[in-house]
Ligand binder design. Structure first.
Ligand SMILES: Cc1ncc(COP(=O)(O)O)c(C=O)c1O
Length: 472
């Protein structure tokens, strides 16, 4: 019996650390072991409870209503606001699109207008729900361009069921100009994707930082998504989707009675769902309360400010845009390759995230700060300086021009499985005995960076397909 747990721990040792403030993507670390322990105990206590039927598990309903109420206060929601706890940011974004589409059943070919920096979850929603995504280039400050958004809405107002903005965007960490876009949406739903910023920006305002308006206090905002498993510092698996009114939430529900089993009645995409994440989030939020989040927000912003100031001191690096929240994207100059820099940071125990070049912009390095990062800012900056020097010494990553031309010309739709096998091998993502994840990713990333987005998607899907094979 204990053997399985011992084996789990051994396997887990190969994963990225979720504590210690050194993993600057994927995880959010409060640095408070007692609060983490409470969250985990609550997850375990509710792992077998089923959120399928709130009348059978009333404690889950109570926790959900408590969390939605807490979020509603945070986001300046009116008394008639209504919301749902979902499994994460993507599910909240999917449901925002689905409920907007189904709130306008008369529209035959629904469309939604999004800035080019919107999270990919919305493109996934467009794909799943048959909603056309009209992607509008952002302005030079990486924020949604209100005039261009308005023009895109007005191109076909009747078919537009949703307009989306971010607070902040993931890739650059800036808040879109919500008031002019929401005002222009008039009569069309306007969703603010605050999955990553929604639990930290309200506290930033409370501690006196300048925060551009983005909550329900802005006229025309009809829904907001905010993740608890990010800056709520809760265990993975919870987000809140809040609508300005229960009328607007109505189309989110799915009910089906025309079969011989129980009447299925769902507010989320899942039906049976573990009570664990909800209980974990509830326990963390109750433990931290507003005072706890204010302190964590002070810490994470102090870490962000100090890291941005430190980046400014390193000549090879430049912050892409001054961040509005706790996410930073920076580029490297010609002396140091961004992908090599990420590898060098990893070899020093710091996990930062490479972002590919996009729309004429160079590749960047992404940092999602955690409150726990504050204790290690000096170490982070020294590791960064060392990594810049090491990356410069390694020199630029070069991709053979013939391979580069070959990759750029590839049409993913025309490739066979055997072609993908060959490409994965050439890209360094497969070795003699199958698929492999190289320790240093710079060459692979440089090659992927040359590929068109469609080609990159296809190659990585082929890679994942080969990774996800049953153990037999
Ligand atoms: C702005 C934004 N929206 C949506 C998501 C998707 O969230 P999740 O990964 O929890 O599905 C993220 C994730 O980082 C995000 O930053």
């Amino acid at each position: 019996m204990t053997d399985a747990l011992a084996r789990l721990r051994t396997m887990q040792a190969a994963d990225l650390p979720v504590h210690g403030g050194r993993t600057l993507a994927y995880v959010y670390d409060s640095g408070l072991p007692d609060v983490d322990a409470i969250g985990r105990e609550a997850v375990a206590a509710y792992a077998g409870s089923n959120g399928l039927d709130p009348t059978a598990f009333p404690s889950l309903l109570q926790m959900e209503n408590d969390l939605v109420g807490f979020a509603a206060d945070l986001l300046d929601a009116p008394a008639e606001a209504a919301g749902t706890v979902t499994s994460g940011g993507t599910e909240s974004c999917l449901l925002a699109v689905q409920s907007a589409r189904d709130g306008r059943p008369e529209v035959e070919r629904p469309r939604m207008v999004v800035p080019s920096t919107v999270h990919a979850a919305f493109l996934k929603a467009a794909h799943y729900f048959g909603v056309e995504a009209v992607v509008v280039p952002v302005g030079p400050d990486f924020r949604a361009d209100p005039a261009a958004m308005v023009a895109a809405i007005d191109e076909d107002r009747d078919r537009t069921v949703l307009v989306v903005v971010s607070a902040p965007s993931y890739a650059h960490g800036v808040i879109d100009p919500v008031p002019p876009v929401a005002a222009a949406a008039r009569g069309i739903r306007c969703h603010v994707d605050a999955c990553i910023g929604g639990w930290v920006l309200p506290y930033a305002a409370r501690i006196g930082r300048d925060v551009a308006p983005w909550t329900f206090a802005v006229d025309g905002v009809t829904s907001i998504s905010v993740d608890l498993h990010k800056y709520g510092y809760a265990p993975k698996g919870t987000s809140v989707l809040l609508h300005r009114s229960s009328d607007l939430r109505r189309s989110q529900y799915f009910a089906y009675a025309d079969w011989p089993g129980y009447t299925m009645l769902n507010s989320t995409m899942q039906s049976t769902k573990s009570g664990g994440p909800l209980a974990g989030a509830w326990a963390v939020v109750e433990s931290l309360g507003h005072a706890g989040y204010e302190k964590l927000t002070r810490d994470v912003f102090e870490a962000t400010d100090r890291i941005v100031a430190g980046l400014d001191e390193i000549p090879a690096l430049s912050v892409i845009v001054a961040p509005d929240s706790t996410l930073v994207a920076f580029a490297t100059d010609g002396s140091c390759d961004a992908f090599t820099l990420c590898d060098e940071m990893a070899s020093r125990g710091w996990h930062v995230q490479p972002q590919m070049s996009y729309d004429g912009q160079p590749p960047t390095v992404h940092l999602s700060m955690s409150a726990a990062t504050l204790a290690h800012v000096d170490e982070f900056l020294s590791a960064l300086e060392e990594s810049v020097a090491a990356a410069a010494a390694v020199g630029p990553v070069t991709v053979d021009p013939e391979i580069a031309a070959f990759i750029e010309a590839l049409d993913p739709a025309a490739l066979t499985d055997a072609d993908f096998d060959g490409l994965l091998l050439a890209a360094g993502l497969a070795g003699g005995d199958g698929i492999a994840v190289p320790e240093r990713m710079a060459e692979v990333n440089a090659m992927l960076d040359l590929a068109s987005p469609r080609m990159r998607e296809a190659l990585l899907v082929a890679f994942l397909d080969r990774l996800q094979r049953p153990t037999r």
